[in-house]
Each structure stands twice: as structure tokens, then as C-alpha cells.
Design a protein around this ligand. Structure first.
Ligand SMILES: [Zn+2]
Length: 272
């Protein structure tokens, strides 16, 4: 299993704004969806602050951007988009958001979660990473580990039929320097651009094709990939434990307990 060919059974992408996925990881998600993965998008805000036209209300902006997000997801072969509808521009990485993300992880039970890099503050000399990006990336990491996989944390979610789930891997979208894994998106490059174009309210006179293609070509350079997306991958669950548990921490606990007992019994027998 190499990073080039790895296809998870399911993936959940967690981002702040409607077009964040298309800018960062839509090529990878479209590739996985094409190969049969169940992919879900989780958008923390609906981008209601992202339309500068004063004649369009915040409520209308939200509707427009949610429809664009649905369309972008469809283009990538993704059927489910979850909107948390936190106010655009005001996201905080607080306990409430952590819990709302844990709820979705426990409901969807993804093998892989994709999110942004919470450590990026100054990605280059002309941009300060958006506070919503930082807050959502932080809340996502804190939800993924350890909260989501701990049965006694947010245990009240059991009343909704939602139980602890520990994802197998976390894919963090990175700006190259910290990347450990490159996903070849040559086959889904056109889909990524078309999905980005679905965010028509954000494109104005900007046709994203050339620039997005240039960035993806740059990322794929030297990796025998025409176009690529870059990630830092954190593996939370070994292959063996994942096969055994599919993310259910109780199963892992029971298997370890069983092994411990067997060992103790064997030692007792040997001691006579
Ligand atoms: Zn954004």
C-alpha cells in the first residue's frame, strides 16, 4: 500500500468556508470518490460574509454559497455536505465546536479525516492565514484526537446513538514544506477546476484554471506526477488495529485485554 494508491473506504473533509476544499484537496477527494470511497464534506461556516455586494443579504449569501457548495461536491462525485452554519469570520476553536465536529465524526465514522494545518499563521509574505482556517483546523485536530475516540468524552452523544470512533489517518493539507504524502490528481485535475468554478460568487472575473493548474503542477514536480496535492499524514491507528476495529476503540481494548489474559495464563502455567 503506497500513498499513491491508497484509497480509504470513507473520508471526511473538515473546512471553514465553502471553497476551501476546492482550493486544497478536491482533486484527492474526487479521486477517492471515483474509486468508490464514501466522501463527506463538513463546512463549518456557509461563507455568509464572503459576498461583498451590499444588495445581497447575509441570509441570501448563505443560500447562494450553500448551493454552490452542493454543486461543487456533486461535480467531485460527493453526495453529502454537512453545514454547521457558524457565522463566517467569527469561528472560535471552542468546546462547542469541538463537540459538533466529534458528533459528525462519530456519525460518519470516516477512515480518513482531511483538514487544514492549524500551525500555519503566516504562509507567505502577502497573507495572514484566515482566523476561521486556523480555528477550524485546531478544532478539527482536537476533535479527531483524542476526543472522538474516547467513549467517556462527550458521552452524552450516546443518547443520539453515536459512539466513540477513532479515525485511521489524518490528512493535513499543507503548503508543501511539511508534506510527507503527494496524491496524484492528474486524472481529477479538470474536476477540481470545474468544482472551483461552481463557486461562481467568488470567481467574479477570475477563471481559476491556469493558476490552479500551475500550483498543482508545481506540487507534483519531481514526483512523476503531472498534478498533485500535498499532505502531511498522521497515522493514528496501525493497519492491524484498523482491520480489527474499523475505528471502534472498545474492540481494540477488548483485543488487548484478551492478549494480556492469555499471556498471564501462559506465564502462570509455565510457573507451574
Ligand atoms: Zn477559506
Amino acid at each position: 500500500m503506497t500513498s499513491k494508491t491508497y484509497i480509504p473506504e470513507s473520508a471526511l473533509a473538515i473546512v471553514a468556508h465553502p471553497d476551501d476544499i476546492e482550493f486544497s484537496c478536491a482533486g484527492t477527494l474526487a479521486r477517492w470518490a471515483k474509486a468508490g470511497s464514501r466522501v463527506v464534506y463538513l463546512l463549518v461556516t456557509s461563507g455568509d460574509g464572503g459576498i461583498a455586494d451590499p444588495s445581497i443579504s447575509k441570509e441570501d449569501a448563505m443560500k447562494i454559497r450553500e448551493a454552490e457548495s452542493q454543486r461543487a461536491a456533486e461535480i467531485a462525485g460527493v453526495k453529502e455536505v454537512v453545514f454547521l452554519r457558524v457565522t463566517d469570520g467569527m469561528v472560535e476553536a471552542n468546546m462547542e465546536l469541538r463537540k459538533r465536529i466529534v458528533r459528525e465524526i462519530r456519525r460518519i465514522k470516516p477512515e480518513v479525516v482531511i483538514a487544514g494545518d492549524p500551525t500555519v499563521f503566516f504562509p507567505n509574505e502577502t497573507y495572514i492565514n484566515h482566523p476561521d482556517h486556523r480555528a477550524v483546523a485546531t478544532a478539527a485536530m482536537d476533535a479527531i484526537f483524542p476526543a472522538s475516540g474516547q467513549p467517556h468524552v462527550f458521552q452524552e452523544l450516546e443518547a443520539e446513538g453515536l459512539f466513540a470512533h477513532k479515525p485511521r489517518k489524518v490528512y493535513i493539507s499543507v503548503w508543501d514544506a511539511n508534506a510527507s504524502t503527494y496524491v496524484d490528481i492528474s486524472e481529477t485535475m479538470d474536476i477540481k477546476i470545474e468544482a472551483l468554478r461552481a463557486h461562481a460568487s467568488q470567481m467574479m472575473d477570475w477563471g481559476p484554471g491556469d493558476e490552479i493548474r500551475k500550483w498543482a503542477a508545481e506540487t507534483g514536480k519531481g514526483k512523476e506526477m503531472d498534478y498533485a496535492e500535498a499532505f502531511r499524514v498522521i497515522t493514528l491507528e496501525s493497519d492491524e488495529d484498523w482491520e480489527l476495529s474499523k475505528g471502534d476503540p472498545v474492540k481494540i481494548y477488548q483485543a488487548r485485554e484478551q492478549r494480556r489474559k492469555e499471556k498471564a495464563e501462559k506465564a502462570a502455567k509455565e510457573a507451574g
